[in-house]
Design a protein around this ligand. Structure first.
Ligand SMILES: C[S@@+](CC[C@H](N)C(=O)[O-])C[C@H]1O[C@@H](n2cnc3c(N)ncnc32)[C@H](O)[C@@H]1O
Length: 390
């Protein structure tokens, strides 16, 4: 493909990504994968170059661009090599006409920016590293570091390895044998905040496909009861094969009915040593992996998420045994979803108290801790531990 044809492809892809963001459609990575599947003629160099253009245009646009063309014309204002590619050649984009709109550079949507004043937002838009969690049921971190040249121990998480270069890890024997999982260091730290131990009863209320459940199972050494719940059948169904690969035998999955979660959890009322609520959230802490997520969030959606978070944390509290712990986490850096949520919980539950902070990284925020790419080199999270009265 000519450089101009690559630019035209990037414009088309951005149009599709913008439309997906408006209609709650698939993430940018999924849109890009589908686009190339239908265009086998694009070689690996073409794909890399197009992807690079697309992500550069996404990262520099805090507000949703009006079109892919406006997004790339905006990028052309900062990169002199892009502008000449609007050349009207057979597969290239039409020449720029005077007065054509260009998306201005910004880090975050105007309505969200003031809510992120306490965060280094630019760091949220840098490239994310690839972190692995070593599954201690199957291997030690030293074994894994020996087999992955250039991998380094993560700074804070004791079972983490950070890769020097991206790697198709799912083709590696270490992954196929269940010795490693892909998991950001921040997620590993949240699972560690649960202080899971053999013999405990732990509920992972929003388990998804089980990223943190598997870390909890490893910390429990396969002994005790670990109940993984979610309302999303497709996500939860990905957990059993992952658990099998990891050699985790003490996980029970429970599909919940939205709005009727408590009915499926009656037998666990007051029974859990620890309940993890890794709540659905805006994902502002993971913009470096999904920068187009900035275009999806609206004030209405944020309000719906905080209401759901409040409901889930109140439900989780009913499952904790006297003297047990509730760990609340969101991959968001917004106080509405983090510190404010926990403050509201503690107001409504005056006999509960803030629990132990995990040692090491993070910045104290209300009753919890913020992890962030700028300060800690992890994805962004808020995490708090609260303890029920004895
Ligand atoms: C942040 S994700 C969880 C990620 C997962 N813990 C991990 O480590 O990979 C939040 C999850 O909450 C689930 N969820 C949404 N509404 C829920 C509800 N009412 N009850 C339980 N889970 C819910 C979503 O389906 C989603 O999988």
């Amino acid at each position: 493909m000519t450089p101009a044809a690559r630019l035209q492809s990037a414009i088309e892809l951005l149009d599709a990504i913008i439309a997906a963001a408006c209609d709650a459609g698939p993430a940018a990575d999924t849109v890009i994968a589908g686009y190339f599947k239908a265009r086998r003629y694009a070689g690996s160099g073409d794909r890399r170059a197009i992807r690079e253009l697309v992500y550069r245009a996404i990262r520099r646009a805090g507000e949703r661009p009006e079109s892919g063309r406006a997004a790339l014309f905006g990028l052309a204002g900062e990169d002199a090599s892009v502008r000449p590619l609007f050349d009207g050649s057979p597969h290239g984009p039409a020449p720029i006409v005077p007065g054509e709109p260009a998306t201005p550079p910004s880090l975050a949507p105007a309505w969200l920016a003031p809510k992120l004043g306490h965060v280094n937002v630019a760091a949220l838009l840098e490239r994310a590293p690839l972190d692995l969690r070593v599954n201690t049921l199957k291997a030690s971190r030293d074994d894994v570091l020996d087999e992955l040249p250039g991998a380094m121990p993560t700074r804070f998480a004791p079972h983490g390895a950070r890769l020097a270069e991206p790697l198709p890890i799912e083709q590696h024997p270490l992954w196929r044998d269940g010795a490693v999982e892909v998991q950001d260091e921040g997620s590993q730290l949240i699972a560690l905040a649960c202080r899971a131990a053999a013999g405990q009863t732990i509920v992972d209320l929003c388990a998804g496909a089980g990223g943190k459940t598997l870390a909890l199972a490893a910390a429990m050494g396969g002994e005790g009861r670990l109940v993984a719940c979610d309302t999303d059948r497709a996500r939860l169904s990905r957990l059993p094969p992952r658990a099998e690969r990891a050699g985790a035998t003490n996980i029970e999955t429970r599909l919940l009915d939205p709005g009727r979660e408590a009915e499926a959890l009656g037998d666990l009322a007051g029974a859990a040593d620890c309940v993890l609520v890794d709540a659905p959230c805006s994902g502002t802490g993971t913009w470096r992996r999904n920068p187009e997520a900035r275009w999806r969030l609206t004030p209405d959606r944020l309000a719906r998420l905080t209401a759901l978070q409040a409901r889930l944390v109140a439900l989780a509290a009913t499952l904790v045994r006297p003297g047990g712990r509730l760990i609340y986490a969101v991959c968001s850096l917004l106080d509405e979803e983090g510190a404010d949520r926990m403050a509201a919980f503690l107001d409504a539950h005056p006999d509960w108290r803030a629990g132990r902070r995990f040692p090491g990284p993070g910045t104290d925020r209300g009753a919890g801790v913020l992890l962030s790419p700028g300060a800690d080199g992890t994805d962004g999270f808020f995490v708090a531990s609260v303890e029920s009265p004895c």
